[in-house]
Design a protein around this ligand. Structure first.
Ligand code: SAM
Length: 287
């Protein structure tokens, strides 16, 4: 191999296309052809990818999560002891980005195995690049929790402002964006559907407009495929000392009970307990 590795045991972490085969890099193809074997998330998927590029006869070993722990140590010892060159790939995109593999890389590093990135496609980064949303700083959260309470807490954290990015399925996207809209109605959203593929679509709009479009797609059975979502929340008031929150609470207290206002506490960038104390202070004329 002509890379910098100088016959040292090496794992190349190779990014592969997320839909369009033309996105594979020349370097990725060379590495995949030259390595001693390929550590693969799903050997059937990798075999298909290799055959698209006429790479045949490669030994593939699965490292999926369920067998990663069992196989990890013996595979890594072999790589180290025999100074092998190995590639690690996932089914699509950049390995270890919402994909398994990091534990293997972690142990490889501990053992002193060289680890080299072969950069390339990644759905999240692709979406950021075309979103036109503030991207000097963003938070990637991968797949959201399946537990609604955990998700809602996550969205409350976002409500103070910033750019957030997550992966989502066609089945859940409407529900997730409806939840976000109830907590952060003022956000702007960019949805990437089937990026780099035939039915590639990117939508960018206010969350209410995005929901309308996605509902129409759902009704026409076109809400299908793989999705990545970026949410931009304009910077919000950070603390309950802000005059506008206090003013709003004062006005609401003239017509509503503390209990009723607390029902909508998620609207405010403070915890329920903090809002309760604030409302009590207003009620008792301390503020
Ligand atoms: N490691 C991959 C990467 O670098 O993008 C991500 C793997 S993760 C298991 C798969 C998820 O990424 C999908 O469920 C979807 O949310 C998102 N994704 C993958 N390919 C996509 C595409 N072409 N367009 C939009 N989202 C995609």
């Amino acid at each position: 191999m002509s890379d910098n590795s100088l016959k040292q045991a090496t794992i190349y972490v190779v990014a592969t296309p997320i839909g369009n085969l033309e996105d594979i890099s020349q370097r990725a193809l060379r590495i995949l052809s030259e390595v001693d074997f390929i550590l693969s998330e799903d050997t059937r998927v990798t075999r298909k990818l290799l055959s698209s590029f006429n790479i045949s006869g490669k030994k593939l070993i699965s490292y999926q999560d369920y067998n990663e722990e069992n196989k990890k140590d013996s595979i890594l010892s072999k790589i180290k002891d025999e100074s092998l060159y190995v590639a690690l790939v996932s089914d699509a995109g950049t390995p270890c980005i919402s994909d398994p593999g990091y534990r293997l890389i972690d142990t490889a590093r501990t053992l002193g195995i060289n680890v080299i990135p072969i950069p390339g496609p990644c759905a999240a980064v692709s979406l950021v690049s075309v979103s036109g949303l503030p991207s000097d700083r963003f938070t990637f959260v991968g797949f959201l929790s399946l537990k609604q309470s955990v998700r809602l807490n996550e969205f409350k954290l976002w409500s103070t402002g910033g750019s957030f990015l997550f992966y989502e399925t066609a089945k859940r996207i409407l529900k997730t964006l409806t939840e976000i809209s109830s907590i952060i109605p003022e956000c702007t959203v960019c949805v990437g559907k089937e990026l780099t593929k035939y039915y590639e679509t990117t939508l960018r709009s206010s969350i209410s407009e995005i929901l309308t479009t996605l509902k129409e797609m759902d009704q026409s059975s076109t809400l299908k495929g793989e999705f990545c979502v970026m949410v931009y929340v304009p910077p919000q008031v950070q603390t309950f000392n802000q005059e506008d929150i206090i003013e709003e609470c004062k006005q609401r207290l003239q017509k509503e009970s503390i209990k009723d206002i607390l029902e909508s506490f998620s609207k405010y960038p403070v915890s329920r307990k903090t809002l309760y104390k604030l409302l009590l202070d207003i009620k008792n004329n301390k503020i």
